[in-house]
Write a protein that binds this ligand. Structure first.
Ligand SMILES: C[S@@+](CC[C@H](N)C(=O)[O-])C[C@H]1O[C@@H](n2cnc3c(N)ncnc32)[C@H](O)[C@@H]1O
Length: 227
């Protein structure tokens, strides 16, 4: 019995995108695997089908909407937990290479099993602390996008992302409310670390109208003066 078929039009009206039949099946399967996984470990409190669609599937994809037209890019999901936002993104964008990282082995075991079950050949999961992984060769400066949702204060999230990014890369902080003091704290960090806030975007989720913000950061390009 499909869980999300009544929400099919919402993909089109809110993201201007429609999943293929295979992607529809993968989203359904992902939901069932998370429910099953939740009976063995604490993966998520968001279990009702509409909540799952809005807060895990839709929200994960909305954060990368600005990059939707890009193909063949490398993406890292930092502190992925049960695989969000990385798994919905790997389903929706098969040409993107998605790396999902979390320090908790058990969560990564679940994500690995799910990648296999969904046959996502464009996703890999890696356990470890991001502040260790982001300094080593396979990961350092390799990513076009670094994504971080619900992991910590903005400056900490930014510090996790920065070492993963190519010079042309972008970090996306997935935030709920965005407070002036968070913005100020992030500005101070960016000033010190050679990052710039490229854009902040405010939007609402389509079903419960929850407030969300996406904050986009990129390494600052250095301008060299002639004098
Ligand atoms: C609240 S969960 C959010 C999970 C997921 N991003 C989401 O939005 O549903 C935060 C996750 O970040 C992971 N995490 C926190 N600090 C980390 C670090 N330094 N390195 C790797 N993972 C970390 C935790 O293990 C946890 O699974």
């Amino acid at each position: 019995m499909p869980h999300f078929s009544h929400l099919f039009d919402r993909w089109q009206s809110t993201l201007n995108w429609l999943p293929s039949p295979t992607q529809v099946d993968q989203f359904e399967q992902l939901y069932e695997l998370v429910l099953e996984g939740n009976s063995k470990q604490n993966l998520t409190r968001i279990t009702a089908s509409e909540d799952f669609w809005e807060k895990h599937l839709w929200d994960s994809l909305r954060g990368v909407l600005a990059f939707w037209g890009q193909e063949n890019i490398k993406v890292i999901d930092i502190g992925t937990g049960a695989g969000f936002p990385g798994l919905p993104i790997a389903i929706a964008k098969p040409s993107w290479q998605v790396t999902l990282v979390d320090s908790k082995q058990k969560k990564i075991a679940f994500v690995k099993e799910t990648i296999q079950a969904l046959q996502l050949s464009n996703a890999i999961a890696q356990s470890g602390r991001v502040e260790d992984l982001n300094k080593v060769a396979p990961y350092s400066k390799k990513y076009d996008l670094a994504l971080v949702r619900a992991v910590g204060a903005p400056a900490i999230c930014a510090s996790y992302c920065l070492p993963f990014l190519k010079k042309s890369g972008t970090a996306v902080l997935y935030r709920g409310q965005w407070l002036p003091e968070e913005s100020e704290q992030l500005d101070i960090f960016c000033e010190q670390e050679g990052l710039q806030v490229v854009k902040q975007e405010r939007f609402q989720t389509p079903l419960t109208l929850g407030v969300r913000h996406s904050v986009y950061l990129s390494p600052r390009s250095i301008s060299i003066s002639n004098s």
